[in-house]
Design a protein. Sequence first.
Length: 493
Amino acid sequence: MTSSLIRGRPRHATGHIAVRVGHAVLGGVAGVVWLVLPVMTSVTQDPVPVAGGVTASAAQAADGASATDYVLPLVVVAAAGALGGYGYVRRIRRARSRTTPGVLSPAPPMQAPADAERQARAALVLADDCVRTSREALGYVEGAASAARALRVAETELSAAFAIWRRYEEGVPGDDAGRRQALVGVVGRCAEAGRQLDAEAPGFDAEWDAGDALAVAERRFRQLAGRTGGVAAALAGAGERYGAAAVASVVGHVEQAKDRLVFATSRLNQARQAADSGDGDGFRRDVRAAEGAVAQAGLLLGGVERLAEELRTAAGLVPAALTGAEAELAALRGTASPPRLAHADAVLAGVRGEVTGGSYDTVDALRRVVRAVEGTGGGRAGVIAAGAELVARSALGAADDFVGTHRAAVGAEARTLLAAAGRAAPADADRLARKARELAERDVRAHGNPFAGEAAHGSGVAGVVLGGVLLGEEADGGPVVAFGGPESRGRLG
């Protein structure tokens, strides 16, 4: 069998080599013929005298012509040799530098699977951070159409990368070559997302400089500061009405939001001082840091308000969902699995007891009703379907807020599940989002926060470092994260 190294040379390349060798040989033969031809055609007879002295002159002319005949062929032979040598050297260099498969040049070392997986996870986390930060920053600039388009492209690339990684974790593809290619695809998609954002970072900066960024940040700061009291009251009221378990996912949100606002206050004051002293770089850095803190405070307060509204909406849906579920179960009797029907009946009875007993977690109750009916094969339309959408939306929002405000500690696994939840049907979306939130909380507990001691001094640095507003590379929190990809996100150092 032919060696793979030999078979690696394309057949047409061998044909080209033969043609070049033929040209060189032909040139050499032509040169030899040209050299020999004057000898073959020379005449040894004495010249015919025409006039006195003419014979000697003619002989001298013939000698000169004979010498000239030898010079030109020698030049041709030299040229042919030079061309042949050039072709040979060029062919050797091309063979050494060629990188296509199947050639004699050594292949680059293959990355170990564990290293490739670590690289893919790191790429997913970094790309997701860049997209989240850029989305928050874009909310402070009006008219940045090009940056908005770049963000949409980056979001699409990131979504594709998460989908590839999700399939990879599930064992698809199964062959080694396909799995290596999947990891390459994850890293490549993430790199493209970052490249899109990096390319638009200068344009975003120009749009930001053109506006009154400090005034916008201060206005949003005042709006959020004015909401904190009302949000805290809404949280307390929801806890009393629906129980502590119903609001457990947002306990501490108001305090964290206040912490972000304390940090924003400090940076806005510094920005004013930088503007007065003409420190343009300091001004940009402080205002951008305040923007990031205010944006995250908005997420935290908004999460509390959203949950309170979801609990109220679910309270109105639960009675109707119970009636609809009982009707569906009645229609399924005789066709569905008896054990599943018995389980569904028990779940519905338990929820009815909670409804009549007083305060209860309405979103969780609605979730249990939906799952009970879906377990029997029903629940695809009507109030059950509406309940499923509400439950999924609630879980997705809570998980996304948590990842966004703790992103410096959250790893790829939780982010991948969250991305999968965003693409899934309501029943699966609820399950995946809740699992993503669970994993994100685990990551935060394991990560800790080296700036936690700063919270006691009221600086707010701990929160913004954990939230990814600052990169946490220095004692004061390090560079500010701005709109952009990996190459430009920390430019405000």
